[in-house]
Design a protein around this ligand. Structure first.
Ligand SMILES: [Zn+2]
Length: 174
């Protein structure tokens, strides 16, 4: 396993629509392991393959935030079905948009259909924070970053703020 570099806005790869995984082979499993390690190290609660520069429809999520009892989920070729009309709003952040937190409204429940690491088709009903995280990560597979849900003005400001926050980190660490 290895910690990979997480790409950040405005990297154009984040706008790319990821490709379907045809074959769950050792390479795919190794990428998923790297994604998990990278997410835990960040730390974060969800990561899409494109965030480490790999344009494949794969996600890892662990909302437990508990190092002692980790509870990772792997999603290959996930699809969201029957989202509710009810919306709820969470303050979201993203490892690819560091330094920015914004309230985003999304359906408060949805079902995700996916393949697990053994290639078995599964479906899972998600609510609360898990529903938000899965929809946020699914967006990445379709080239969408959470700030794309904001107005143009708010989005431009958020991206500038993120870039600025990173250059400040750089100066501090220098
Ligand atoms: Zn994200």
């Amino acid at each position: 396993m290895a910690i990979r570099e997480i790409i950040t806005v405005p990297n154009p790869l984040l706008k790319k629509v990821s490709e379907t995984v045809d074959n769950i082979n050792d390479e795919v499993l190794a990428i998923l392991e790297d994604m998990l390690e990278t997410m835990y190290a960040a730390p974060g609660i969800g990561l899409a393959a494109i965030q480490i520069g790999i344009s494949k429809r794969m996600l890892v999520i662990d909302i437990s935030r508990d190092e002692e009892n980790r509870d990772p989920y792997f999603f290959i070729n996930p699809e969201i079905i029957d989202p509710t009309e009810n919306l709820s709003s969470f303050e979201e952040g993203c490892l690819s948009v560091p330094g920015v937190w914004e309230e985003i409204e999304r359906p408060d429940e949805c079902t995700v259909r996916f393949m697990d690491v053994k290639g078995v088709e599964k479906s899972m009903r998600c609510s609360g924070m898990l529903a938000t995280v899965i929809q946020h990560e699914m967006d990445h597979l379709n080239g969408i970053v959470f700030v794309d849900h904001l107005s143009r003005l708010k989005k431009d400001r958020a991206i500038k703020r993120s870039i600025k926050s990173r250059s400040e980190d750089f100066i501090e660490n220098d």
